[in-house]
Structures are given as structure tokens and as C-alpha cells.
Design a protein around this ligand. Structure first.
Ligand code: SF4
Length: 372
């Protein structure tokens, strides 16, 4: 079992516990550059609202690329505006890491092996320790140290073994400085390498692991590859935070993470012990649609998905295409909507409670949802 780390819990930032039997946390990454002007006026309100919505959907940690000192200032300002624990993702420059540690930023990601001189490493680790901020090491198959890359190319090491070796080198630096508040991720675009590397490292260390398949592709490919890897690892008790990396929106990454985690918990493996006190939230069932449909289930589900996933209710909502099968097949749903000729029916536990015109579907659905 991994060791437990405390994260956040200062200023207005949420307090989280990572590792051990703590709930497995979902994270995503902000996808665009962020400047000072993005935090002002209406733009700033939109950023804060989007982060609040991500949190309601189940995102517990939000990571930002911090390529320079100005980006550190911007992220520092944002960290004062939201309760979501923010993570600064830094490559190489120790001054950026030091500056981020001046703000209520919950965690930084930097590899000690990339920081440079011993003095610089010590400066970052001692400030992180003084401020109680964990550091995540991120090792990627695409950026292995040259000697390990050569060993993989010549067949001396497998990709997974090289990832573990790279991770252990970074961990050795932390040990040298007696810094234990760390997490580690080893990411590859291959499902098999992701599974093998994380299995191997989890046998050798109790450092909490952040897991996911990286560069996993567009929505469908990315969800499938991440599901294949994460279900195996989570069922074996490996992984403390997850990210479903997609060439798609943050919201879809969070929804995918939540669905995968829900399946891992439902399947009764090791992840089931880490469900936490929060319920599963809204479960959407929707029909695939066929020639009998009298209602655009795809469009309606797409439109309502962000709203439903952001609700703090443990309910099942059904979006069905026709009255022939809809209410019956979805009789377990707390609330359902289905087409019926040129009308739309709203039902609860299979019993029709409203018959309306299709043009009024959104309004009626919203009203019924509010009444649950
Ligand atoms: S609910 Fe109706 S429209 Fe949807 S797949 Fe079933 S039969 Fe087809």
C-alpha cells in the first residue's frame, strides 16, 4: 500500500489526502496558455466558473503548464481565486518552482534530475518541505535519459524497466535530501508498458502513484486505452491519482476518469475499498437510437451531459428514443425522457408523469430534475 500524503488545506485551498486507502483522485490539465488578462473581469469569472464546474464534476486536482516566471505569477493569482488544489507543471527551471512555492499552489511537478546543481535541488526541496508542498516526479517514455534510451534500443532493458529505472534515479535524489512528500508518474502511450512499469514500481516503493496512458489519442481511442490500463492497475490496488489524457476537453477527461473509477469501484477489486464517502453522482443511461426513435437522444444527452455530471445527487437519468421500449427498459431510472411520436414523455421509475411538445423538452426536463 502506498504512503499517505496530505495536500492543500492552507488558505482557502481544499485539503486532500493522497495514497493509502484514501479515495483515488481524478485530475486533468488546463489546455491553453493563461495570461493576466484571462483572470480579469468577465474572462476571469469564466475561468473561475469553469474550474468550479470541473470540481463539481469530480475533478480534485488541476494542473497547469508553467513555462516561465510570468506564468508562475498568473498561476499564483489564480490560486488565490479558487479552492481547487492547483498543480504547477515545471520543466527544468528551479526559479519557477521556487516562485510557485510562494503562492497557495498545492503541488508542483518537477523532476529533481532536471533541476541542475545540488544547490538548486536543495533550494527547491527545502522550500517545498518548509511549505508542506508535495512534489510529483513525472517520467515519460518519450523523454527517457539517453543511456536508458540506448539500453531500450539495444534490448538490454524493456521500456517498462527503463521507466522504472528513470523513476528510481529521481527518487534517489529525493532520498538523498530526505524529502519524502513525493508522488511519481511513469507514463507511456502503450497500454502494456503503462501497466508493466506501474506494477514493477509499486512492488519496489510505497510512493503514491499518479497513473494514466499519455498521448492516448482522440476521445474514443484515448478513453479505450486509458480504460484498458487503468482498470487493470486499479483492480490490483495500484494508483492513487488518475488522469485520462485525451485530445479533447478537460471536462471529457474528468467524465472519462469518473466513469473508469466508477467501473473499477463497482467491479469489486482493490479500488472498491477506496470509494470514499461521496456517492457515485448522476449515472446517465441513454439508448443508442434506432429507426423507432422519435427523439434525438444523442443531441439531448450531449447537451445535458455537463449539467448532469456536475450535479450533487446519486441518481440515474435515462434518455431514451421511443415510448415502445424507453420507459420500460429504463424503469430503474429516477428520471427519464423519451420520444413518443411527435411528443416527448417524461417518466419516473417507468411511470409517465408528463407529456409535452419536443420544443418544451429542455424546460420540462430542467423542472423535473430540480424536483429530485
Ligand atoms: S429505446 Fe427505442 S429508439 Fe432507443 S434503441 Fe431502444 S427501441 Fe430504438
Amino acid at each position: 500500500m502506498s504512503r499517505v500524503l496530505a495536500l492543500g488545506g492552507f488558505d482557502h485551498v481544499d485539503a486532500l489526502s493522497i495514497g493509502g486507502n484514501s479515495p483515488i483522485l481524478i485530475q486533468t490539465m488546463w489546455k491553453d496558455p493563461l495570461g493576466f488578462s484571462d483572470l480579469e473581469g468577465k474572462a476571469g469569472e469564466a475561468v473561475v466558473a469553469r474550474i468550479a464546474a470541473l470540481k463539481r464534476m469530480g475533478c480534485s486536482l488541476l494542473r497547469f503548464a508553467v513555462p516561465d516566471l510570468e506564468a508562475a505569477e498568473v498561476l499564483g493569482n489564480l490560486a488565490r481565486m479558487v479552492s481547487m488544489p492547483l498543480v504547477a507543471d515545471i520543466h527544468f527551471d528551479y526559479k519557477i518552482a521556487l516562485r510557485c512555492l510562494d503562492f497557495p499552489i498545492a503541488k508542483i511537478r518537477i523532476n529533481p534530475g532536471n533541476i541542475g546543481s545540488r544547490e538548486r535541488v536543495e533550494a527547491v526541496l527545502s522550500r517545498a518541505a518548509a511549505k508542506d508542498r508535495p512534489i510529483r516526479i513525472g517520467v515519460n517514455a518519450g523523454s527517457l535519459p539517453p543511456d536508458l534510451r540506448d539500453k531500450v534500443d539495444s534490448g538490454v532493458l524493456s521500456q517498462a524497466e527503463a521507466l522504472v529505472e528513470a523513476a528510481e534515479r529521481e527518487l534517489a535524489i529525493f532520498r538523498e535530501f530526505d524529502f519524502s512528500s513525493c508522488l511519481i508518474s511513469m507514463k507511456a502511450s502503450s497500454v502494456a508498458d503503462t501497466i508493466r512499469a506501474n506494477r514493477l514500481l509499486s512492488e519496489r516503493t510505497d510512493v503514491p502513484l499518479h497513473i494514466g496512458v499519455t498521448e492516448a489519442g482522440p476521445l474514443i481511442a484515448g478513453v479505450v486505452r486509458n480504460t484498458a490500463a487503468l482498470m487493470v492497475l486499479l483492480s490490483e490496488g495500484i494508483g492513487d491519482t488518475i488522469r485520462v489524457s485525451l485530445s479533447d476537453t478537460m471536462e471529457r477527461e474528468v467524465i472519462a476518469g469518473r466513469e473508469i473509477l466508477g467501473c473499477a469501484i463497482d467491479s469489486g477489486g482493490a479500488a472498491a475499498k477506496r470509494a470514499g464517502t461521496q456517492g457515485p453522482g448522476v449515472k446517465i443511461v441513454s439508448c443508442p437510437r434506432c429507426g423507432r426513435n422519435g427523439f434525438d437522444t444523442h443531441g439531448f444527452t450531449e447537451k445535458w451531459q455537463p449539467v448532469l455530471y456536475a450535479m450533487d445527487k446519486n441518481i440515474t437519468v435515462a434518455v431514451m428514443g421511443c415510448a415502445v421500449n424507453g420507459p420500460g427498459e429504463a424503469r430503474h431510472a429516477d428520471l427519464g425522457i423519451t420520444g413518443a411520436g411527435d411528443k416527448v414523455l417524461i417518466f419516473r421509475h417507468g411511470k409517465v408523469i408528463r407529456t409535452i411538445d419536443a420544443a418544451d423538452a429542455d424546460t420540462a426536463f430542467r423542472e423535473e430534475l430540480a424536483g429530485l
